[in-house]
Write a new protein. Structure first.
Length: 164
């Protein structure tokens, strides 16, 4: 599957619309099974299978990030969030090493929305790793791109300010 979220399921199957763009039904089923799984290894296996099926889908990056973050595997969470950030930047039409647009159009499409969410999540992950200066740099970028705080970064900003 490419980065075009409108492609749906490459096998021609059903897609499930969602916050992160349309998700192929087979991938959604794997993520749902992982979420209900009590066995941590099996859950991770299912999420990685979902990643194999839909390697650039934002919902899969989100699942991988959350899986590791909630287990306090912050380095792994950071790696997956950076991968999601790169994928969403590419899907939104700008390279990660170039400045993003000054502002994203309304309403936020899946790629820009996930890009902004990824900045917030990465900042929070960095704060959990005792790296407040790096976190503040991402929060500054987020403030520039989302001055109305549509993505809800206020609580993360408050945590960052408290570590000053």
């Amino acid at each position: 599957m490419g980065l075009d979220l409108e492609d749906g399921d490459p096998a021609g199957g059903e897609s499930i619309p969602g916050y992160c763009g349309d998700l192929p039904a087979a991938t959604a089923a794997l993520l749902q099974e992982a979420a209900a799984c009590d066995d941590e290894r099996r859950a991770e296996f299912l999420i990685l299978r979902a990643h194999h099926q839909s390697p650039f889908h934002f919902a899969v990056y989100l699942a991988l990030y959350k899986f590791h973050f909630y287990r306090q595997h912050f380095e792994a969470a950071e790696q997956w969030m950076r991968a999601g950030l790169a994928a969403s930047a590419q899907a939104a039409g700008f390279p990660l090493d170039a400045p993003p647009p000054a502002r994203f159009a309304e309403p936020l499409a899946a790629a820009p929305r996930f890009y902004l969410f990824s900045l917030k999540a990465l900042a929070f992950t960095l704060l959990r790793q005792q790296r407040p200066e790096e976190a503040r740099a991402y929060l500054d970028q987020l403030q520039r791109l989302d001055p109305e705080d549509r993505i809800g970064a206020g609580p993360v900003r408050a945590v960052a300010a408290a570590t000053a």
